[in-house]
Write a protein that binds this ligand. Structure first.
Ligand code: PLP
Length: 419
């Protein structure tokens, strides 16, 4: 690959002659992000940024969003860059770069950078809070049985370890109103309740919950709210500060399309002092987010790609991305809602869902449906068969076309008619 080398001043670092040397940045000739007005041409251009397997149509972007070539090219440069400078990079630039990236990420999600840490994923972010909360015997916590399994397991562990009672709710797939959902959680609160764990988007159905209303209700009872936003950052528009939550975790390798192994943790500054870090940190300031973010030596070249993922999503435009994803989902689910044998496990309202839907067929196991879709129609999805949700999770992406949606729709109708 044609490599060009640039020099960048390292001014501001240790006043040792060696460390004041400029640092070389490696930058290969990257794909240019062009301005394209015509919507069809624009989405064709987006698709051209992805290398897609021809053997199957990928409707499983919910696990991991593969990254577009412009981001991937820059990411490879970052690997070269960190490898070239080695310990010199680690000692002189690593922590400064980390905080600069945290600042950019904080601007993107709408919070203060003093309340945001870059983590490896949602699991690490949320487990830091669940395990680090000052639990006492007799305390209570609430989660939904549709929340992500790893977090439920962590709460159950806390229950056994500290004598905390864990209460559960079951979120209806088609709620009547926000108030119904607020009440669902409120009904479980007692004077001993310390925390509600809440999915911003339930991963098995794509259901977006009214986080702000539930947080406001919880706070009126003195209860903290930890929000699982694994699927939300870079998926649809929202500002963290508008959610009113105390803690928030997300995976950037999902909808922000960064390389694998990146997440974020938001902790409200007032709540920070009471949380114990997962890994012991040198930072002593109780309200310093760095105290909760000691990781040891990690693949920092991955962190550097956050900038490129932000550039890419800003090039698309988050609102444009959200609208496109929702219209792909609705082009599939709206007509299918009329078929008697097809069950849509995702709410119909615009503000309760975006890209992700869950579709089942009466009388057919989700695993059999997923197998048929893959083997007979070359369509890759994931079967979900738990907690009031029986169907395949369908996750289109920015590279998905309406033609592919049509193919999936026809396949689902054909399968439903054969049962
Ligand atoms: C709702 C939800 N929470 C948490 C996670 C865990 O994410 P990660 O494996 O990136 O930590 C996932 C993963 O799919 C998820 O869907």
């Amino acid at each position: 690959m044609d490599k060009r080398t640039f020099l960048k001043s390292a001014a501001g670092f240790a006043i040792v002659p060696f460390f004041s040397n400029p640092i070389e940045l490696i930058e290969s000739e990257a794909i240019k992000l062009r301005t394209i007005e015509d919507p069809d041409e624009f989405w064709k251009e987006v698709r051209s940024h992805y290398i897609l397997k021809e053997e199957y149509i990928n409707f499983e972007s919910g696990y991991y969003n593969i990254i577009p070539q412009p981001t991937l090219q820059h990411f490879k440069d970052h690997i070269d860059h960190v490898n070239l400078h080695g310990s010199y990079y680690m000692r002189t630039h690593r922590f400064k770069d980390n905080r600069e990236l945290a600042k950019k990420l904080a601007d993107f999600v709408g919070c203060s950078s003093e309340e945001l840490a870059i983590t490896r994923n949602t699991t690490e972010s949320l487990d830091t809070i669940i395990s680090g909360f000052p639990w006492k015997e007799g305390d209570e916590a609430i989660y939904a049985i549709q929340d992500y399994g790893a977090m439920r397991v962590m709460f159950d562990q806390i229950g056994k370890r500290y004598g905390v009672t864990i209460k559960t709710v079951s979120v209806p797939n088609h709620p009547e109103s926000d108030e119904q959902l607020v009440k669902l959680y409120e009904d479980q609160i007692t004077p001993n309740t310390r925390m509600i764990h809440l999915s911003h988007m339930i991963n098995i159905t794509g259901h977006i919950l009214p986080v702000q209303k539930i947080c406001d209700m919880a706070h009126s009872h003195g209860v903290d709210v930890l929000v699982d936003g694994a699927h939300c950052v870079g998926h649809f528009e929202f500002k963290l500060e508008d959610l009113h939550c105390d803690y928030y975790g997300s995976s950037l390798h999902k909808w922000l399309a960064t390389p694998l192994g990146l997440g974020l943790l938001y902790v409200n500054k007032e709540k920070m002092p009471k949380i114990w870090p997962l890994l012991g940190a040198h930072e002593k300031g109780l309200d310093n987010i760095k105290r909760l973010n000691h990781l040891g030596t990690v693949p920092v070249h991955t962190d550097l790609a956050i900038q490129d993922a932000l550039d890419y999503i800003n090039w698309i435009g988050l609102t444009k991305k959200e609208n496109r994803l929702r219209s792909l989902q609705q082009a599939l689910t709206k007509p299918l809602r009329n078929y008697p044998k097809i069950i849509i496990n995702t709410p119909i309202e615009d503000d309760r869902s975006c890209a992700i839907s869950n579709i089942g067929i009466r009388g057919m196991k989700p695993a059999d449906l997923a197998k048929k879709l893959l083997e007979e129609h070359r369509i890759f999805t994931v079967p979900i068969d738990e907690n009031n949700v029986q169907g395949c999770r369908i996750t289109p992406n920015v590279f998905t076309t309406f033609k592919e949606i049509e193919q999936l729709k026809k396949a689902l109708v054909a399968i439903s008619e054969s049962v």
